[in-house]
Design a protein around this ligand. Structure first.
Ligand code: ARG
Ligand code: ZN
Length: 844
């Protein structure tokens, strides 16, 4: 039942045009399709189609009496004429019953679609594969006032509208929206003078929360012109916000559809993190217009071709808009928390997988985030100019095509003359390399020796060495940089690099900017880490030194019951109070290592992590830091208050982040007094949520939760925060019960993925709560996955990754988790989505 990369065969027909008519009705929508086809190679015509009620089928106007099977329709070669021909179908579908949110479905009274990866086959019969690209004409018939599809509007009248998309596209980029919507509009003129009407469509009442998304869109469009030379190519660009959506957003040609939480924002309702995510996701979907839509993927194994590149581009954009240093640190935090975790467990897979059962299960941190890291390495290896030349070649050579990773690498080889054979392993080999470092100092020569090793991953026992760009700088003992950042290219399993003619033994700063997605294993003394935290000129490694120091301290607290010593406390205090540093950076430095991260690190060091012990140690660590900074905390909190009205820019957000970091420490000393008054004084969601989280962390905040609920009852996106906060910040022994209680709240609705995630996702995000030895959280999670699966298999499968780390823990927890996974596997009617995930996690 799995699909294999090696099974790829070109489609034997070309679709010259697709004409679709939708007669919308909530439970009985009729879809008429007329496909203009031409044979390219011998064979039957196989069209995908699922859960379609057939009303009629015809070929060149002649009725076809064929019966589809469960996954589609085969028109025997013998029935197909030579030359161009027309296939027509009329089918009936039921959008109102579509709780899987894939294909055409309804959300809050509006019709919308999600076709990636294979949702179009739930709309009509079609070769639903990304290498079949065609221009689409769409007619929508409905009484709803706003009727949207891809491309340019052609004509409209009462009860209908017609759209034409001149750019050939695969079916996964098809979109349709119909509803009672209002627009937030703006104009844009492309570099070469094309006027574009921009609109963000939302439910009436939400139009005053679109300004930030629109501003982000305009900045994205300009940036792609300036940095990549890419212009927009239609007369209109529409974005629609929907409340029920499985993922973040979707790049449908000319009609992006967004989870409303990544569009709607006002200072009162959105946090600084929400604003930053909106900016990044708006950019991401817009950038797909070139990296994804104009150049798409030959098959779904090539998903990283568009996703890795588009994530890389949105990260560059956010860095340009905000701070590269802070953005890099945040991206690495995410990479480690999600991708390293995935790569270290039973769900590990290559950036380009070679088989899958359900492709929706491969929209992963590995494909997206590691896919972006691989491009960052490529850029580092060929240099900025080489990268720019290669990208220009990519766009000219492959525009209008469905390409592969081989095509992508060939472009770099042709543009730069570099052999990328070994580099290609980053795409085909799963697992995170561990790079160990040792050094030697003799007669003015400093030698760094690296060894790389990657553990076996499912289906891949052998891990040949990869090319790893290791950016290194050297500091001399008084803190001056003596060797600026140099990229060492490691290609062997073990390799040494020499630096000659040095006056004194230097302090190395290794893997600057996190130049490769590897685990760097270097046993350094606390003094050396503190030295780099104070002096490193590379902001990422400056932060990294503080993080490594903190993790060493926390590990010793967990395993030896040690208490944090003055090394770490003094070094961190200096950074926290250093006013020459960006407040956002200082806030990141004050963030303690995460519990899940610590569990993974201990596991890799051969220690079985005890979630409760990690949790307790981390709290002691926070208290020790609070005591160290006690005299300065109130001032830190007060002086960072932003004067004047709220602005969502990076500078103001950074000041709020540091202010809240101070509040969080203060809360460990004053029983929540400062947080309680900060909650009441807050005039923006960042501080409202920040103060509430502080209170919940110390077991208070019940009254504030009530105030919050009373104020925000009517706002789904804000109420998601209310649900999530209580679970995330519940004490370990109470997390499962809190989540369980919230699933009985009248506003809990498992059909809404955001709401489901805000309870069950928060439960797995509460490390000590999820892994509480009672097993209550494991049971509750499995119960809800089994319940959600028939309703929305995609979201159920995605949430099941809560269990992917089971092998880290002790025998009791392992047995409990495996038991839950087996219970899931045994659920009657289990979906292919969740079945694949549970099976892989159990190791079959
Ligand atoms: N291409 C979309 C994005 O990255 C994600 C769509 C994922 N959809 C899915 N059904 N897996 O922006
Ligand atoms: Zn994407």
């Amino acid at each position: 039942q799995p699909v294999h990369l090696s099974d790829y065969r070109p489609f034997p027909f070309r679709v010259e045009g697709a004409e679709l008519t939708f007669r919308l009705n909530p439970s009985a929508t009729r879809v008429l399709s007329r496909l203009h086809l031409v044979r390219q190679a011998p064979g039957d015509l196989r069209l995908d189609g699922e859960r379609l009620e057939v009303l009629s089928l015809s070929l060149n106007g002649q009725p076809l009496s064929l019966t589809p099977d469960a996954t589609g329709l085969t028109i025997p070669a013998a029935l197909i004429p030579e030359g161009p021909f027309t296939f027509e179908a009329e089918v009936r579908i039921d959008p109102a019953a579509n709780t899987a949110l894939e294909g055409l479905y309804m959300s809050g009274g509006m019709y919308c679609t999600q076709c990636e990866a294979e949702g179009f086959r739930k709309i009509t019969f079609y070769p639903d594969r990304p290498d079949v690209m065609a221009p689409f004409r769409v007619r929508i018939e409905s009484d709803l006032p706003v009727l949207l599809s891809n491309g340019n509007p052609v004509a409209q009248g009462t009860g209908w509208a017609e759209w034409h998309d001149p750019w050939p596209k695969p079916a996964y980029l098809f979109a349709l929206v119909a509803g009672d919507l209002v627009a937030h509009r703006a104009d844009f003129v492309t570099r070469s003078g094309r006027p574009v009407d921009l609109a963000i469509w939302v439910r009436p009442g939400d139009q005053d929360r679109c300004a930030y998304a629109m501003d982000s869109l305009i900045r994205s469009m300009r940036w792609d012109e300036e940095v990549y030379g890419r212009e927009y190519d239609l007369d209109v660009f529409n974005i629609v916000a929907v409340d029920d959506f499985n993922m973040g957003a979707m790049e449908n040609k000319g009609l992006n559809i967004f989870n409303s939480k990544y569009v709607l924002a006002s200072p009162e309702t959105a946090t600084d993190d929400d604003f930053a995510r909106i900016e990044a996701i708006i950019a991401h979907e817009y950038f797909h217009n070139w990296t994804g839509n104009r150049i798409t993927c030959r098959d779904w194994f090539q998903l990283c071709l568009k996703e890795g590149l588009t994530v890389f581009r949105d990260q560059q954009f956010s860095g340009d808009m905000r701070s590269h240093a802070v953005k890099r640190i945040e991206d690495v935090l995410t990479l480690r928390a999600r991708q390293f975790r995935e790569d270290a467990g039973p769900l590990a897979h290559p950036v380009r997988p070679d088989s899958y059962v359900e492709i929706n299960n491969f929209y992963t941190a590995t494909v997206y985030e590691k896919g972006a890291e691989v491009i960052g390495m490529l850029k580092r290896l060929v240099g900025d100019e080489g990268y720019a030349t290669a990208l220009d070649l990519y766009f000219t050579r492959h525009d209008g095509e469905a390409a592969t990773i081989e095509d992508w690498l060939k472009v770099f080889e042709d543009a730069t003359g570099r052999d990328l054979t070994q580099f290609a392993r980053w795409y085909t080999d799963a697992g995170t390399p561990r790079v160990t470092v040792s050094d030697d100092w003799q007669d003015g020569t400093y030698t760094l020796t690296f060894r790389q090793e990657t553990q076996p991953t499912p289906g891949q026992p052998e891990k040949p060495p990869r090319v790893i760009p290791i950016a290194v700088g050297l500091l001399n003992p008084n803190g001056d940089e003596i060797v600026p950042t140099t990229v060492l290219e490691m290609t062997e399993a073990a390799q040494s690099f020499r630096f000659e003619g040095l006056a004194a033994k230097p302090v190395p700063s290794i893997l600057r900017g996190f130049s490769a997605p590897v685990v760097l294993d270097r046993k350094a003394s606390p003094e050396e880490r503190a030295f780099l935290l104070a002096h490193d000129t590379d902001p990422f490694n400056k932060w990294e030194a503080g993080r490594a120091l903190a993790k060493d301290v926390l590990a010793r607290m967990v395993t030896e019951g040690a208490e944090p010593g003055p090394d770490w406390l003094d070094a961190l205090a200096r950074v926290a109070l250093d006013e020459s540093l960006d407040p956002a950076f200082r806030a990141l430095a004050l963030r303690l290592p995460g519990e899940d991260d610590m569990a993974q690190t201990l596991h890799e060091a051969g220690v079985t992590p005890d979630p409760q012990a990690i949790h307790a140690a981390r709290r002691r660590m926070g208290r020790a830091l609070a005591l160290r900074l006690r005299p300065q905390l109130p001032a830190l909190f007060d002086t960072l208050r932003e004067p004047g009205p709220f602005t969502p820019d990076a500078r103001a957000a950074g000041r709020r982040a540091l202010r809240l970091a101070a509040l969080s420490l203060l809360t460990r000393l004053d029983e929540g007094q400062a947080a309680a008054s900060a909650y009441r004084a807050a005039d923006n969601m960042t501080e409202e949520v920040g103060a509430l989280a502080c209170l919940l962390d110390i077991g208070r905040g019940q009254e504030e939760l009530g105030l919050f609920q009373a104020r925000w009852q009517g706002d789904r996106n804000v109420m998601d925060k209310w649900f999530a906060l209580q679970v995330l910040h519940a004490a370990p022994g109470e997390a499962a019960a809190t989540a369980e209680r919230l699933t009985r709240h009248p506003q809990f609705d498992m059909k809404n993925p955001n709401r489901f995630r805000s309870v069950m996702g928060a439960l797995s995000g509460n490390h000590a709560g999820f892994h509480h030895i009672s097993g209550a959280a494991y049971r509750l999670t499995a119960d809800w996955l089994i319940r959600l699966d028939p309703v929305n298999p995609q979201t159920a499968a995605r949430m099941s990754t809560a269990f992917e780390t089971w092998a880290r823990y002790d025998a009791d927890r392992q047995a409990m988790i495996r038991g839950e996974l087996q219970r899931i596997l045994a659920a009657p009617g289990l979906s292919r989505d969740l079945g694949e995930m549970a099976g892989r996690m159990l190791g079959d």
